[in-house]
Design a protein around this ligand. Structure first.
Ligand SMILES: [Zn+2]
Length: 455
């Protein structure tokens, strides 16, 4: 080859290499941005976590700003490591930002949060691939208005109550807060009717079913609360009188037959050391009971919003009450208290293997074993109201079944921690056990529940 041919060859080789570098450094994969679909900003600053990734040349910069009617407000601007020559920016970056309406000078209304991410690619030219995401941003610094419609309300400890109230705007979350627990509200069930004759404004009418735990502290706080989507909070009080409840004490003697039979049987099934049946009983009555109650809390959380039942509950036909709600039980062996528990329901005794019927219309949340309660049916009546049927010997329904009031759910028995054939019947409101007696009382249901729901 001549000298000029060598030079040409060398030049071509360099050009190919340079072309390779250019192709590599001018990659076309834009950064990926992870951000919510919409945002609400209220009076309190809203924290927001943004995630950007770029597998090619790496991230170069992130810029976040709010676009509103009057212009732009910068939120954050960040340049990341790397260089235009070699690229080498981070493959991923997270920024935590705080959207503060006041600091950003944002007024109530619609705006947009714009996020721009660039990488170290030579495209652009040389400004990098750009990814731009625009998120609708609703600024609302006014708290919702809450007005309670219900008048003077009496609720007994261990009982339930209903309250009707109005909200000025769509709520993210609202209901009655009793201590730490929120009993969520639902739209007024009879749209367009009642709610203090508000007519079209009645769309903000809500009702909530709530409960006062029988062992609630004396200084219990009960309020109607609302939090809008922007996180603004409001609360309202109303005239609520909490009536006392007597807590009956019930000594229960544990027989040797029960300890050596039932307790050993359950202990074996649950891998509990039964060499001392009294200790095994205490273990079942405390640790296993707590586990089962936690499971019940999980199950009742599946209660649907809209009411499924109507009117008064039906009590088990021809049954005799053998144990009351909120009884403090003391279990005795040879005159010595060996364990304690609270009885959260009614025990109803009928004939053996008596048909057990649904106290009201509902949907089956659970039908099967449930620890100390044996074979159990949990029936959802909607609005957080759930009835429980324990110690059954057989089941006639399955999870998800819809049943009418009076439908046969199964047959009574002595499964679980039961000494003989009976029904353990309990009622929960929003996960709190309440006295079933109220729900069997037509006058109570009419005046305390149905009247408030406009039905
Ligand atoms: Zn019971």
């Amino acid at each position: 080859m001549t000298r000029s041919a060598w030079l040409l060859a060398a030049f071509l080789a360099l050009a190919v290499a340079a072309g390779g570098i250019v192709l590599w450094r001018a990659e076309g994969d834009a950064p990926f941005l992870e951000a919510p679909d919409e945002l609400f900003v209220g009076r309190e600053p809203r924290a927001l976590l943004l995630r950007a990734t770029d597998a090619g040349s790496g991230l170069r910069s992130l810029r976040v700003f709010v676009v509103h009617a009057d212009g732009e407000a910068p939120v954050v601007e960040r340049t990341l490591a790397g260089s235009l020559v070699a690229g080498g920016g981070p493959e991923s970056a997270e920024i935590e930002l705080s959207l503060d309406a006041q600091a950003l000078g944002l007024r109530d209304g619609s705006a947009q949060l714009r996020i721009e991410a660039r990488d170290w690619s030579w495209r652009g030219p040389l400004t990098g691939n750009l990814t731009r995401v625009e998120i609708p941003l609703e600024v609302d610094t006014r708290p919702p208005q809450v007005a309670v419609d219900s008048g003077l309300t009496y609720v007994r400890r261990g009982g339930a109550g209903l309250v009707a109230y109005r909200l000025s705007e769509a709520s993210g979350q609202d209901g009655v807060r009793v201590g730490e627990r929120l009993y969520p509200g639902i739209p007024w069930p009879r749209a367009g009717a009642g709610c203090a004759d508000l007519g079209a404004q009645g769309s903000g009418c809500r009702v909530a079913l709530f409960a006062i735990p029988f062992d609630a502290p004396e200084d219990l706080e009960v309020r109607v609360v609302a939090e809008d989507r922007a996180g603004n909070r409001a609360a309202a009080d109303w005239a609520l009188r909490i009536q006392p409840r007597e807590i009956p004490r019930e000594p229960i003697r544990l027989s040797n037959r029960f300890l050596d039979g039932k307790v050993r049987l359950l202990a074996d099934a649950w891998q509990i050391d039964a060499s001392d049946p009294v200790a095994a009983f205490h273990e079942i009555n405390t640790r296993v009971r707590a586990r089962d109650e936690a499971r019940i809390q999980e199950l009742v959380a599946g209660s649907q919003e809209q009411p499924l039942w109507r009117g008064v509950f039906q009590q088990l036909a021809n049954s005799q009450v053998t144990s009351l709600f909120a009884e403090r039980r003391e279990y005795l062996v040879e005159g010595r208290v060996v364990s304690r528990a609270t009885h959260y329901g009614y025990d109803l005794a009928s004939t053996a293997r008596a048909p057990i019927t649904a106290s009201g219309a509902g949907r089956v949340l659970h039908a099967g074993p449930l620890g100390i309660y044996g074979d159990t049916v949990l029936l959802d009546h909607g609005m957080g109201l759930v009835s429980l049927y324990g110690h059954l010997s057989s089941l006639d329904v399955g999870e998800g079944d819809s049943v009418e009031q009076g439908a046969v759910l199964g047959r009574s028995g002595a499964t679980g921690l039961a000494g003989g054939d009976h029904l353990h019947f309990a009622v929960l409101v929003g996960g709190t056990y309440v006295d079933p007696k109220e729900w069997w009382d037509p006058k109570w249901v009419r005046e305390r529940v149905d009247a408030g729901m406009g039905r």
